[in-house]
Design a protein around this ligand. Sequence first.
Ligand code: ADP
Length: 257
Amino acid sequence: ECYVNPIFDEGADTLRGHLFGFRDRTEEERMDEMKNEFVSIISHEIRTPLSSIMGFIEILATRSVAEDKRVKYVETIHKESLRLSNLINDFLDLQRLDSGRQAFHFQTLNAAHLLREIVEQWQGKDDHEIELHVLAEEALIYGDEERLMQVFHNLISNAIKYSPGKTKIDVTVERADGAVSIQIQDYGLGIPVDAIDKLFTRFYRVDNSDRRKIGGTGLGLSIVKEIVEAHRGTVTVDSELGIGSLFTVRLSESWEE
Ligand code: ADP
């Protein structure tokens, strides 16, 4: 940022000159900017489903509507309400993570046990074939159980959402280079090359005709990234359009200061 400050003689009000300079925007100012941007995006994201909900409710309340249309409108209201509710939950999660108000309860966990529990929760709930491959039974990680569950639920739910039904999803737990690596591989839509860099950005969604109908907030992967980074881990993606996607989370057993 560039600034110009007037300089006055001490004890007098005669102008001596001007001081020109540059300074970095402070952390506080940057945070403010980010918050403003966030608020403007979120209000747009809330307004869109809300106006659709209000519009359909108004039609249903004021006009006589044929039964098939009524069912369709109610479905839309339901879908948009769910979208709002997910948006608010994701948004609150991110706020908590950002402000440092999210308390983490770190402990030593067994990644194989954790993933087994998560995969079991999905089995039967969905028509994808989710297969768990445990290549290291003693894969220990230092982490917050609840938050890590959220990470893997998000990644598995994306794998499901962006793959045709009945396709396979491979979840692998292994040890590699002193860390634990958890991979979620799907054989679905894949991700365009130019989207990879932006994938973990808040509100970013791939805007392709093949996935426009799939609901989402574009916040899931940014939550994943924040949680993984709070664990001093990494999350990476490898993907080929039309072939599938591989998300890899690397976490360690302990943290070296
Ligand atoms: P959301 O799913 O709510 O849109 P995310 O932050 O979870 O938001 O993901 C961002 C975008 O990345 C999605 O819109 C989707 O297009 C793409 N994406 C995420 N996971 C996958 C996946 N497993 N396969 C294909 N595309 C994916």
